[in-house]
Ligand binder design. Structure first.
Ligand SMILES: *Cc1c(COP(=O)(O)O)cnc(C)c1O
Length: 400
């Protein structure tokens, strides 16, 4: 197989082939595995070449804060997977979320966001943006009338996650994109829970997709990373100037780990989603559960919408353990295989109690609005045998 060059001129290969080959650039040694270019800078053959590169007349690399060959391979691979014109990799998922929005906002603009957001995303929208004169409106992401009513002449961005963390609410990407575009706003979606394997928001009208690559893209709990994807005009015209001058670049080492992670992304996501579906089905109607949230289940209130925009329910399930926080804590403490951690998307199954960890900063009323009840636990299903996980959960529910 030939190298897939920058202009993406290869025949349209299928997803799993792209995950392994897209973006590969071989050095003069023709190595099989992607090279790790652990370098901050690049040398120029002469002063004229340096001048040309800074003027943008020569496309070569300048400095790793602007770009690096290993990071470039990762950006190209994920852009190819997502069907995006371009991508810029970042140091973490939060650097991606921050840059994706900050690069297109100024004082006097207005942002509409779904209320059900990852804690740090909520901090950016609710606390940080207003400090710089950006007005914000938070809505129920499931309520299209609320999105419509929130739009104003100065609305520039609509932002949401789908499925959301930790209650797995689904937002209609196509409908919200139409509402936002009619108001002259652009749509930024945090696609971490769906993964690029199960949901490609650009196909539904979203303008910008962000990932925490820390989660499923690494997939083995090693490195932080993020990426922002969108049109070439957006990535090179708005995002790159913001990121290259504010320093949110991904480390080449982390990009190399992410490239290796992507080679197994399809296999891992399929296995994790299949295990999550199996476990959710088996737990349905369990006497110790007040609620079971998994969009892949037919009786999930938004199942039809979830399946219209996702090809699987994903690898996260949330359980509301009957009896509140004390029962939820007994459940967590009784688990033997599933470890207590706030991360997700790892090969190892992880469980979180959002009300006392990731969402403890919120008021009780705010948590209640979001459905983050005292009994709610979020489980990121890993790559263990699903039957062992099910036995672990059943045992811990008995102890709850
Ligand atoms: C983890 C996460 C982030 C933040 O990513 P980091 O890599 O930890 O900075 C943002 N959004 C969602 C939905 C996440 O799960």
């Amino acid at each position: 197989m030939k190298d897939h060059d920058r202009d993406g001129a290869e025949a349209p290969l299928r997803q799993r082939t792209r995950l392994v080959h897209a973006g590969v650039k071989r050095s003069q040694f023709q190595e099989t595995s992607e090279a790790l270019f652990l370098t901050q800078g690049f040398v120029y053959p002469d002063a004229e070449a340096a001048e040309a590169r800074f003027k943008g007349e020569d496309p070569g690399y300048i400095y790793a804060r602007y770009g690096n060959p290993t990071v470039g391979m990762f950006e190209e691979r994920i852009a190819s997977l997502e069907g995006a014109e371009d991508a810029f990799a970042t140091a973490s998922g939060m650097a991606a979320v921050n840059a994706a929005m900050m690069c297109m906002l100024r004082a006097g603009d207005h942002v509409v966001a779904a209320r059900a957001l990852f804690g740090s995303c909520l901090y950016i929208v609710e606390t940080l943006l207003p400090r710089f004169g950006v007005e914000i409106t938070l809505v129920d992401g499931r309520d299209l009338d609320a999105w419509k009513a929130a739009m104003r002449p100065n609305t520039k961005v609509a932002f949401f996650e789908s499925p959301s963390n930790p209650t797995l609410e689904i937002t209609d990407i196509r409908a919200v994109s139409e509402i936002a575009h009619a108001a002259g706003a652009r749509v930024v979606i945090d696609n971490v829970f769906a993964t690029p394997m199960f949901q490609r928001p650009l196909e539904f009208g979203a303008d910008v997709v962000v990932y925490s690559a820390t989660k499923y893209i690494d997939g083995q709990g090693r490195c932080l990373g993020g990426v922002v994807l969108g049109s070439k005009d957006y990535v090179r015209g708005e995002l790159e100037p913001y990121l290259k001058h504010t320093g949110g670049a991904m480390s080449p080492f982390n990009a190399w780990v992410m490239l290796k992670g992507m080679e197994t992304l399809a296999l891992r996501c399929d296995a994790q989603a299949a295990a999550a579906a199996r476990i959710a089905q088996a737990l349905q109607g369990h006497a110790k559960l007040a609620r079971l949230l998994y969009p892949g289940l037919a009786d999930h209130p938004q199942h039809a919408l979830a399946m219209a925009q996702m090809t699987a329910g994903g690898g996260v399930i949330s359980l509301d353990v009957a009896g509140g926080q004390a029962s939820a804590f007994r459940f967590l403490n009784a688990l033997r295989i599933i470890a207590i951690s706030n991360n997700l998307g790892d090969a190892k199954s992880l469980v979180t109690h959002p009300a006392t960890t990731t969402h403890q900063r919120l008021s009780e009323a705010a948590r209640e609005t979001l459905g983050i009840t005292p009994g709610l636990v979020r489980i990121s299903i890993g790559l263990e045998d699903p039957e062992d996980l099910l036995e672990d959960i059943a045992r811990a529910l008995a102890a709850a």
